[in-house]
Design a protein around this ligand. Structure first.
Ligand SMILES: [Zn+2]
Length: 469
């Protein structure tokens, strides 16, 4: 028998049942095929999250052995590169052997795209889905995965809601990609996979902040999901108009690196906590915030995550390095040791007792590194003090143009005084640990990247080969 975790109540609030897909059956629910698989996965996830890290890694490497064999046999790009793993009798690699496989970079996917696709993806993994992303560099990237990936993503989303004991009967608003031209918002079936839930709405992330906040205030949800930059924009707007979503209990952020300062700002202004999700378009869910700590648990049942230093050695807890991922179940387009372009800080064992590895913080992308006059690089630190909230700034963006100059763009709700501008420059000098030239320009609105993402800081002189993800 596997170690069975202690029995714990899974749902808070009013009683909410799983969806039943069988005629005449209300309770206990007997779900349709998709939901039955979802709960079968959840049953296993609720056990494996308590396993020690070595046991999780052992099963990951068994799964990876199958993926490597499939890649060596059916993926042109990997035919020669992984020939050592092609034999039916090959044992699972040790982690050291696995780490000798060269990294796959974003530019490799762009250059070899078709050759990275399997010539015979398993038919029972479902139909293929094409995911196209365009980075700020403008060079698109296409990844293919089977419908099976979304079954796994749904199980992880369900786990996330169960972990955080959310009230499934409550209302939810998600601001993201809507995919319906000309519609600002749409009602969704539910917001927790496999369960009957309260109302759920999806808003188009490309709407102006003012309109988004109006929608959110009208819908008055208990839960809100949004990009960090959008949340900050709405909080600013909310101060400006003196109105805020009244019933809100928690905000879930995703899609951009979350500044720790935003947690404080959200607590101070809206009196609710933030829970963050770490995902990428190419791979779906990577890590989810622990229900008890403000750090992340890697979703080891779906993805192997490495964090590597500049010599490609694994980082120890407390160290920051490059994130390299291997999704365990993408047989349509295996991404083996794919360097995402993110930096993250490794965490130690979590006091909650889960064995899923810990990431302390997602720091950002290469292009979010500032280049100092001596050529050194570091991530800016906008600090814990929400100085920016005390100035009438709705949105801001900084773009490094040279080793001495960072252009500042502001959208404001009243003009800044000369003193305000000086305070702002002093704050940025602390954040960047150097007194750059900070020319300030004023605009009505700062446009976001495709998909509604937005970057507070970007360097045009950092060695940026990555895109937005
Ligand atoms: Zn934990």
């Amino acid at each position: 028998m596997p170690d069975i975790p202690p029995t714990r109540p899974t749902l808070p609030g009013p009683p909410v049942l799983p969806l039943s897909g069988t005629s005449g059956i209300h309770w206990p629910a007997i779900g349709g095929e998709d939901d039955a698989r979802l709960f079968a996965l959840q049953f296993q996830l609720q056990d494996s999250e308590w396993w020690p890290p070595e046991r999780l890694l052992g099963h990951q490497l068994e799964q990876i052995a199958i993926l490597l064999r499939h890649a060596a046999r059916t993926v042109p790009y990997y035919r020669d590169r992984l020939s050592a793993f092609a034999a039916e009798t090959a044992l699972p690699p040790s982690i050291e052997e696995f780490r000798r496989i060269p990294l796959l970079r974003r530019t490799d996917i762009q250059d070899f795209g078709e050759a990275l696709r399997s010539e015979s993806p398993p038919p029972d993994h479902g139909r293929l889905v094409h995911i196209r992303t365009t980075g700020s560099t403008g060079r698109p990237l296409q990844v293919v995965r089977a419908a099976l990936s979304s079954t796994i993503s749904r199980a992880l989303a369900q786990r996330y809601h169960l972990w955080h004991r959310r009230d499934f009967a409550a209302t939810n608003v998600t601001i993201g990609t809507l995919g319906i031209a000309g519609l600002p918002a749409a009602r969704e079936n539910g917001w927790v996979p496999g369960y009957q839930t309260g109302e759920s709405f999806r808003l188009d992330a490309t709407l102006p902040i003012n309109e988004l906040l109006d929608w959110v205030i009208r819908a008055d949800p208990a839960y809100l999901q949004a990009h960090p930059s959008m949340l900050l924009g709405m909080i600013h707007r909310s101060r400006e108009i003196g109105a805020r979503p009244k019933s809100l209990r928690e905000v879930r952020t995703f899609g951009e690196a979350l500044e720790p300062a935003l947690r404080k700002v959200c607590r101070r202004e809206w009196e609710v906590p933030i829970s963050d999700i770490y995902s990428a378009n190419e791979t779906a869910t990577i890590a989810l915030q622990c229900p008890e700590q403000p750090h992340y648990h890697v979703q080891s049942e779906a993805i192997l995550v490495e964090v590597l230093d500049s010599d490609d050695r694994p980082c120890a807890p407390g160290e920051t390095g490059r994130v390299v991922v291997t999704p365990l179940h993408n047989f349509a387009m295996p991404l083996i040791r794919y360097e995402l372009g993110d930096y993250a800080t490794v965490g130690g064992a979590c006091p909650c007792g889960r064995g899923l590895p810990v990431i302390d913080r997602i720091v950002g992308r290469y292009r979010n590194l500032v280049v100092l006059p001596d050529g050194g690089t570091q991530f800016p630190d906008f600090g814990a003090e929400p100085v920016l909230l005390d100035l009438p700034i709705r949105q801001f963006q900084l773009i490094q143009k040279s080793r001495e100059r960072i252009d500042v763009t502001l959208a404001v709700h009243r003009p800044l005084t000369a003193d305000d501008e000086e305070n702002l420059r002093a704050f940025f000098a602390r954040a960047f640990r150097h007194r750059f030239l900070f020319p300030i320009a004023y605009v009505d609105d700062i446009p976001s990247l495709p998909g509604g993402k937005y970057e507070v800081f970007r360097s045009e002189i950092a060695d940026a080969t990555d895109g937005a993800g």
